[in-house]
Design a protein around this ligand. Structure first.
Ligand code: SF4
Ligand code: SF4
Length: 422
C-alpha cells in the first residue's frame, strides 16, 4: 500500500496578532453582538498615578471629554441607543469624576433610564471639592466600581502610591455611610425592593420610566513571585499576608444591594488573579472585621501587558515571561464571554474602539489604518467617531485583536466586570 500524505491547512501565523492565530487554530471567531454597554472614557486626568495603569493616567494628563462630545454621544444614544439595546453606560478615565461635566452627564444619562457605572478611584472622594460626591452618586443611583487591589496597606501603597490605602478606606466608609454596599439594602431587596443587576438595570422599561520604587517590586508577595513561573489558570496563593490567600471560614458580607458598591482587585505583582469567589470572601471578612466596611461584589481583573505595566515589564526584562504566562493559560472557553462582544469603548474625542485596552493601544474598530505605534492624539482626532456609525454597522462586526487579548482569556478570564468563569 502506498503511504498517503495528507496536508492540513493551518492558518498562517501572524506574529503581530498571535491571538487571532490562536482563534483560527481553534476554529473560533470573535465578532460583535448587540451593543449592551457603552463605555465612555471621560479623560486621562487622575489624582494618582498607579504603577499598573493601562491608561497611563495621572495628575499631569490634560485630555478631557468636552461637553460638545458628550452632547454628541447623548444624541447618538437618543437615535441609536434603543435599536442597540444599550442598558449600561460605564464611565471610566482617569478619574471620571474629575471631568468638569461629569455630573451634568450623569443627570442626562439617568434621564434616559440607563444604568450607570462609575469606575471610581476612591481616593478622589478625599480630595478637596469632592466631599459631596458619595451623596451625589447615591441620589442618582450610580453603581460604583471602586479600585482596591488588596486589603493590605503595603500592597496597595506599593502599586498606587503612599497613603492611597488609608484614603481608600476613609472613602469606602463614606460610601457605606450614604448606603453603598450596606446590608440594609439587602433586606430591602429581599422584601421586594429593586435589586440592581450586576451589569444593567435600566433597559427599555427603565428608559420609559425615565429613572432618575519599581512598580514591579512590591514588598511582600511570595504568592505573586512564584506565580510567574508557575503558569496555569488562576494562581492560588496560600501565603498569609498576601491578597489571594483563601480562608474557607471567611463569611460573606453585604450581597446584592440597591446602591451597589463593587471592588476591583488586580494582582500587585506578576501573577494571574486568584479565584474570584474565594478572594471575595477574604476581602469581605478582612474589610468588615478590620475596618467595618461592606461591599457587594469583588471583581478580579488581570493586569494587561500594555502601557505603564507593559513598560515596567519590559524595563525589568519580564515582558516575555509574562506574555508566555498569559498565552499558556489561555482558555478557549473564555472567548465566548469577552467583553468586547457587547461593549464599545469611546475615547475622549468620541473615537470608537472594541474595548478600553484597544483604545489605549490606538487600535480603533476595523477597518482602520491606525495601530499601536500611532500617536494617540492623531488617532483620537482622526479616527471614526461613535456618531459615524449606526447600531446596525456595529452589530456582527469583526473585533480587532492583538497579543494583549490573551490577558482577557487567561485563566478564569478577565473583563471590566471581573472573571469570566466563576
Ligand atoms: S489605575 Fe485608575 S486610579 Fe490608578 S492612575 Fe490609572 S486611572 Fe488613576
Ligand atoms: S483585549 Fe479587548 S479586543 Fe481583546 S479580547 Fe479583550 S476585550 Fe476583546
Amino acid at each position: 500500500m502506498p503511504s498517503v500524505t495528507r496536508s492540513i491547512a493551518l492558518p498562517t501565523f501572524d506574529a503581530a496578532d498571535p491571538f487571532a492565530h490562536r482563534l483560527a487554530v481553534d476554529g473560533q471567531r470573535l465578532a460583535r453582538r448587540s451593543l449592551r454597554t457603552l463605555q465612555l472614557n471621560l479623560g486621562k486626568m487622575c489624582n494618582i498615578a498607579c504603577a499598573h495603569c493601562h491608561v497611563e493616567a495621572g495628575p499631569k494628563r490634560k485630555e478631557i471629554m468636552t461637553w460638545d462630545t458628550m452632547r454628541r454621544v447623548l444624541d447618538w444614544i437618543d437615535t441609536q441607543g434603543g435599536p442597540a439595546e444599550i442598558e449600561v453606560v460605564d464611565m471610566t478615565g482617569g478619574s471620571p469624576e474629575m471631568n468638569p461635566h461629569f455630573r451634568d452627564l450623569v443627570v442626562e444619562l439617568k434621564r434616559r433610564g440607563l444604568h450607570l457605572l462609575d469606575r471610581c478611584n476612591p481616593t478622589i472622594i478625599e480630595e478637596p471639592g469632592y466631599e459631596d460626591l458619595p451623596q451625589f452618586l447615591a441620589e442618582h443611583g450610580v453603581e460604583i466600581v471602586a479600585s482596591l487591589p488588596c486589603y493590605l496597606e503595603d500592597n496597595v501603597d506599593a502599586q498606587r502610591g503612599n497613603g492611597v490605602f488609608e484614603k481608600s478606606i476613609a472613602a469606602l466608609r463614606k460610601l457605606n455611610a450614604v448606603g453603598y454596599g450596606v446590608e440594609r439594602h439587602v433586606e430591602e431587596a429581599r422584601h421586594g425592593g429593586t435589586e440592581a443587576r450586576r451589569h444593567g438595570g435600566g433597559g427599555q422599561a427603565g428608559r420609559e420610566q425615565g429613572n432618575a520604587a519599581s512598580p514591579l517590586q512590591p514588598p511582600v508577595l511570595p504568592g505573586d513571585r512564584s506565580s510567574l513561573d508557575a503558569g496555569g489558570a488562576g494562581d492560588r496563593s496560600t501565603e498569609p499576608g498576601t491578597c489571594g490567600a483563601t480562608d474557607p471560614r471567611a463569611t460573606p458580607g453585604a450581597e446584592l444591594g440597591e446602591l451597589r458598591l463593587d471592588l476591583v482587585y488586580n494582582p500587585v505583582g506578576f501573577g494571574l488573579p486568584p479565584a474570584q469567589a474565594a478572594l471575595e470572601r477574604d476581602y469581605k471578612k478582612h474589610l468588615r472585621e478590620t475596618y467595618g466596611i461592606t461591599f457587594n461584589t469583588l471583581w478580579t481583573i488581570t493586569n494587561m501587558p500594555i502601557k505603564r505595566f507593559g513598560h515596567a515589564l519590559r524595563r525589568d526584562g519580564r515582558f516575555d515571561a509574562y506574555m508566555g504566562k498569559l498565552i499558556d493559560a489561555h482558555n478557549a472557553d473564555n472567548v465566548e464571554a469577552v467583553m468586547c462582544r457587547d461593549l464599545v469603548s469611546v475615547g475622549w474625542r468620541g473615537t470608537v474602539y472594541d474595548c478600553d485596552f484597544n483604545q489605549m493601544l490606538q487600535m480603533p474598530l476595523v477597518p482602520a489604518s491606525f495601530g499601536p505605534c500611532d500617536d494617540e492624539h492623531t488617532v483620537e482626532s482622526e479616527g471614526r467617531k461613535l456618531w459615524d456609525y449606526s447600531a446596525d454597522e456595529l452589530h456582527g462586526r469583526a473585533i480587532r485583536t492583538g497579543a494583549h487579548c490573551f490577558g482577557c482569556t487567561a485563566g478564569a478570564g478577565s473583563s471590566c466586570t471581573g472573571a469570566l468563569l466563576t
